[in-house]
Design a binder for this molecule. Structure first.
Ligand code: MN
Length: 351
């Protein structure tokens, strides 16, 4: 179905040559470290080497699976057989060297923009099946969050927290973790994408954990900030501000809402509380086959939310040298609103 959808954007004598691992997986459903998908208006060929050929033959049925032996010769053959005059390639992910080499082999006009644009638009809108995969990934992450609440205490290190989350997710069905898990505490929590260190958790620390699982190629993404022992009134104030900002954005989500307005709904709450300069990143991003994909919720975004988008909502406040707070859910956009794919509690948890 995905390949057919892509083919509908082609005219006669045009073809896509898809090389990136993410787009190959999205279009064929088959994960592999190398390979090519060539689609004309009516034909599609998945060229894959002997390491994957047998498995791909069994798994892929939306296109012809061809043993990749000599890419130059095979591509040249398709160009001639189908009289291809224009080839669309993924400019955003191709290396310059690869682009130059394909240009030389095909000898026809090459376009490096349309492929990224069309596939990104298709990938944005999640089907029921894709939503199920993201939910399956999210449910593993939520179990890991429950588990980590009983693990966190004074004396354990940030690295131990990150590793425990990772092991739990992989042990419970994740094929991978979504990205390098963030677990930062105390003063380190003011660095939004800080790297877990050997710092031990102390009484009064905020601990921010940003993590996710991958199921069938689909990612989940969540962030929670919890405290140990006690919190100051300033910590409580910042936490409540971030939580109100997060809820403020969620409240307005729905098809037809501009991504800029969604960002502003969170950002304005933080500004009004006097912490505007301490929220430097965008409010959210799309999630799917990649951890960051279209659309983007930030002040410069020109996109509009549509039914089937899956976006994160993750405002934060980071006070350098003091502490930081971020709260992140994933939302599935519906006609009149959204479905929150994240069920973990958001009230301030003090362990
Ligand atoms: Mn995120």
């Amino acid at each position: 179905m995905n390949i057919q959808n892509l083919q509908s954007s082609l005219s006669n004598n045009q073809a896509y040559l898809i090389i990136s691992a993410e787009n190959r997986r999205y279009l064929t459903g088959f994960p592999s470290s190398a390979g090519y998908l060539l689609t004309t208006q009516n034909e599609a060929f998945f060229l894959i080497d002997s390491r994957y050929f047998e498995a791909a033959k069994k798994a892929v049925n939306e296109c012809e699976v061809v043993l990749l032996t000599d890419f130059s010769k095979q591509l040249d053959g398709y160009i001639k057989i189908f009289g291809i005059k224009k080839l669309f390639l993924e400019g955003e992910s191709l290396s310059v060297a690869k682009a130059e080499s394909v240009k030389k082999i095909c000898g026809c006009e090459c376009d490096f923009e349309k492929a990224d644009k069309e596939i990104s638009a298709l990938r944005r809108t999640k089907t029921e099946d894709e939503k199920k995969k993201i939910l399956a990934a999210q449910s593993i992450a939520e179990k890991a969050f429950n588990h980590i609440l009983s693990f966190i205490k004074e004396g354990v290190t940030e690295r131990e927290i990150a590793l425990t989350l990772d092991f739990f997710m992989l042990r419970n069905g994740a094929e991978d973790i979504s990205f390098q898990t963030i677990a930062v505490s105390g003063k380190n929590s003011s660095m939004p994408h800080g790297v877990p260190s050997d710092k031990k958790i102390e009484k009064g620390d905020f601990i921010t954990m940003d993590f996710g699982a991958v199921v069938d190629g689909y990612h989940s993404d969540m962030t929670r900030t919890v405290a140990v022992g006690e919190v100051s009134s300033k910590q409580a104030e910042v936490y409540e501000t971030v939580l109100s900002a997060q809820k403020g954005c969620l409240e307005i989500l729905g098809a037809g809402v501009s991504c800029k307005a969604a960002d502003a709904a969170a950002r304005d709450v933080i500004k009004a509380a006097g912490f505007g300069e301490f929220f430097g990143h965008g409010t959210g991003h799309g999630v799917g086959i990649e951890i960051h994909e279209a659309p983007t919720l930030n002040p410069r975004s020109g996109e509009t939310l549509g039914i089937g988008d899956v976006v994160t909502v993750e405002p934060g406040v980071y006070l350098p040298g003091e502490f930081g707070v971020r709260i992140e859910d994933m939302a599935f956009i519906t006609e009149n609103g959204y479905e929150n794919l994240t069920k973990s509690p958001k009230n301030l948890i003090i362990l």
